[in-house]
Design a protein around this ligand. Structure first.
Ligand code: UD2
Length: 307
């Protein structure tokens, strides 16, 4: 089986690559290296195509003979989308349409789309369930729900099998900690190891469903291989709500010393609370988040220290 991963040299993409190789797939990573890195694929038997998802002709060539596509390429930052909505629209919506069109043209059997919990936005009830009406509060949220609608419409109109996974807050090895737009765990870990204080935007009582990247890679494999789920949407998290203050305490436990934090203003476009109901993924995909947050943090620390 041949698989193509857009954003394959990125954080999540490279973990999917690893999972697919374990399953015996031939893997192509399609990445413009804007945030992805060659290094993320070191030691993996993966063909890297260095190209942009907005480049249809390169996509068409790369899709030849591909059976399944994992569409991870995106500008993933909520605050960046607030500042640069036209650019994120272009990559996250137009880019997704290009990927779907190229996949359709090449006769790809199934596309698995990296959607996001950001689609729930202001919908106040917890935990988040897939049947709730999306209420995005950032351009990023709009872009991800649009991608998801495209998956569903392509599945109905053209018969291409398309499945969306709404990732909650993914963390783990190879997540880049160096940008202000990076995921909070990668930033906190990096700062803690340098003996620097973490900055918490807000009171630290905002909550997220942090999910270790290995669980997400497994969910992708299940979403690519389960029969009869075309057009479906699944939450992928742990189903556990962790506040940023809880996270700091947990990190302190794993590190063996407390992590100091400074509290600053709340970030524009941020949602307050987020936790997934993963019942549908459990039932229909057989998904189980085998690595919990604390174990994931320990694995991340081991990786960062060994680097
Ligand atoms: C994450 C994903 C996003 C989307 C969303 C789904 C990243 C980078 N973004 O957005 O793609 O899938 O989840 O809900 O993974 N914070 C601090 N200090 C810092 C950095 C962040 O307090 O130094 C706070 C931030 O204000 C927010 C929380 O931590 O309240 C999580 O921020 P994030 O950027 O890690 O993730 P989020 O939920 O905005």
């Amino acid at each position: 089986m041949k698989a193509l991963i857009t954003g394959g040299a990125g954080f999540i993409g490279s973990h999917i690559a690893q999972r697919l190789l374990e399953a015996g797939c031939e893997v192509v990573a399609y990445d413009n290296l804007s945030s992805g890195k060659r290094d993320n694929l070191k030691g993996l038997d993966v063909e890297l195509v260095e190209a942009d998802i907005r480049d249809r002709s390169r996509l068409d060539v790369a899709m030849a003979g591909v059976d399944m596509v994992f569409h991870e390429a995106a500008i993933v930052s909520v605050p960046y989308s607030v500042e640069h909505p036209e650019q994120t629209h272009d990559v996250n919506i137009a880019g997704t349409l290009h990927v779907l069109q190229a996949a359709r043209k090449a006769g790809v059997r199934r596309v698995v789309f990296a959607c996001s919990a950001a689609v729930y936005g202001e919908e106040p009830s917890l935990p988040k369930r897939e049947v709730m009406a999306p209420e995005p509060v950032s351009p990023y949220g709009i872009e991800k729900i649009t991608g998801e609608y495209y998956m569903q419409v392509f599945s109905k109109l053209y018969g291409i099998e398309a499945v969306s996974l709404r990732y909650f807050n993914v963390f783990g090895p190879r997540q880049d900690p160096r940008s202000p737009y990076s995921g909070v765990i990668s930033i906190f870990v990096e700062r803690a190891l340098r003996g620097e204080r973490a900055t918490v935007f807000g009171d630290g009582l905002q909550s997220r469903d942090f999910v270790y990247v290995g669980n997400v890679a497994e969910a992708n494999w299940l979403a690519a291989t389960k029969a009869g789920i075309s057009g479906r949407v699944y939450n992928i998290g742990c189903g556990v709500r962790t506040t940023l203050n809880d996270l700091l305490a947990m990190l302190g436990r794993v590190l063996g010393h407390p992590v100091d934090a400074t509290y600053a203003a709340t970030r524009t476009g941020d949602i307050r609370d987020s936790v997934a109901d993963i019942g549908r993924a459990r039932e229909e995909l057989g998904y189980e988040p085998r690595v919990d947050v604390e174990e994931g943090l320990a694995r991340l620390l081991e990786f960062v220290r060994g680097r």
